[in-house]
Design a protein around this ligand. Structure first.
Ligand SMILES: [Zn+2]
Length: 298
């Protein structure tokens, strides 16, 4: 297990729920796909670092700040003698390398991720200095997608292409195991991690969202429910209705953190089905507050 695990961000969770309950505007939709793709790439990368956990402390997905400059780290390995920082990119297709920009075959250009990584590395070094820690920092951009090709990159560029990742990790000099000193540093960084870093949320309103319960396998929305199990029209898997109701209620809480969870509201939110099913889940999973018409669940 990593010292700090990677979890789906709140933003990605919200987008995922919304994508099955409303029509996302195309720029929101592509933004969501990018978030999802990035997360999938990071998960794939974690399979490599997971094997090193005895030799280093693995900190995934850190949101840090130093002197009012914030920076995000996809993956950080703390070894006894150095820190290695990885920026993970799940790009696909052929890209032409440029010092500042990459260009795709269709002419679309994007910033060379090495520029961002350089900034991140400097900010991390400054933060480490403030923490009183003298340790060497290495940094790499990792292109995790096997369908990614980069043409024209200089050989000394600090990057790992899909074909190099496995060998890179196989050849890493591991040496001594982390000591309490490294653990202290890891704890300090985890403590500085900003959980609720503000991000631009998509706009949505309760009345515009489709009501129902999500398939526990694929997330597709079931607008009606009955019985204990029911087939998902999209993926064909059997859905445990009770679990789907639970998920639907927690989705509501994530989307509308300031709205009270009432039995009437949840009955509407979960789509067409028996009201007593919703009521039972609320009673079992939550604590009731208030009384009569003012009753709500926390
Ligand atoms: Zn499904």
């Amino acid at each position: 297990m990593a010292y700090k695990e990677r979890t789906k961000t709140k933003l990605l969770n919200i987008y995922q729920i919304l994508s099955s309950r409303m029509h996302l505007a195309s720029d929101d939709y592509y933004y969501y796909l990018n978030l999802l793709k990035g997360f999938e790439g990071e998960m794939r990368f974690d399979e490599f670092t997971e094997k090193l956990k005895e030799f280093c402390l693995i900190l995934n997905d850190l949101q840090l700040e130093n002197r009012r400059s914030s920076f995000q780290i996809d993956s950080l390995l703390i070894f006894f003698d150095r820190i290695v920082l990885y920026e993970i990119k799940n790009y696909e297709g052929v890209h032409y390398w440029g010092k500042d920009k990459f260009t795709k075959l269709n002419g679309v250009a994007m910033e060379n991720p090495a520029l961002q990584l350089q900034k991140t590395r400097v900010r991390l070094e400054l933060l480490l200095q403030e923490l009183g820690c003298k340790i060497e920092v290495e940094a790499f951009v990792v292109y995790i997608n096997p369908e990614f090709t980069l043409l024209g990159a200089p050989a000394d560029e600090r990057l790992l292409l899909p074909s190099q990742i496995s060998r890179y990790f196989g050849n890493l000099l591991l040496g001594a195991k982390p000591t309490t000193e490294q653990k202290k540093l890891a704890d300090a960084l985890v403590k500085l991690h900003k959980l609720d870093y503000p991000s631009k949320m998509p706009e949505y309103r309760y009345d515009q969202l489709i009501k129902g319960i999500p398939c526990t396998t694929c997330g597709a929305l079931l607008e009606t429910f009955s019985g204990h199990r029911q087939s998902c029209a999209k993926c064909g898997k059997r859905v445990n209705v009770k679990n789907a109701i639970k998920t639907s209620i927690s989705d509501f809480r994530l989307l509308f953190p300031n709205e009270p969870v009432t039995s009437a509201r949840m009955t509407d939110w979960c789509g067409i089905g028996r009201r007593d099913r919703i009521f039972r889940v609320l009673r079992e999973e939550y604590t009731v507050k208030g009384s009569g018409n003012m009753r709500y669940y926390v």
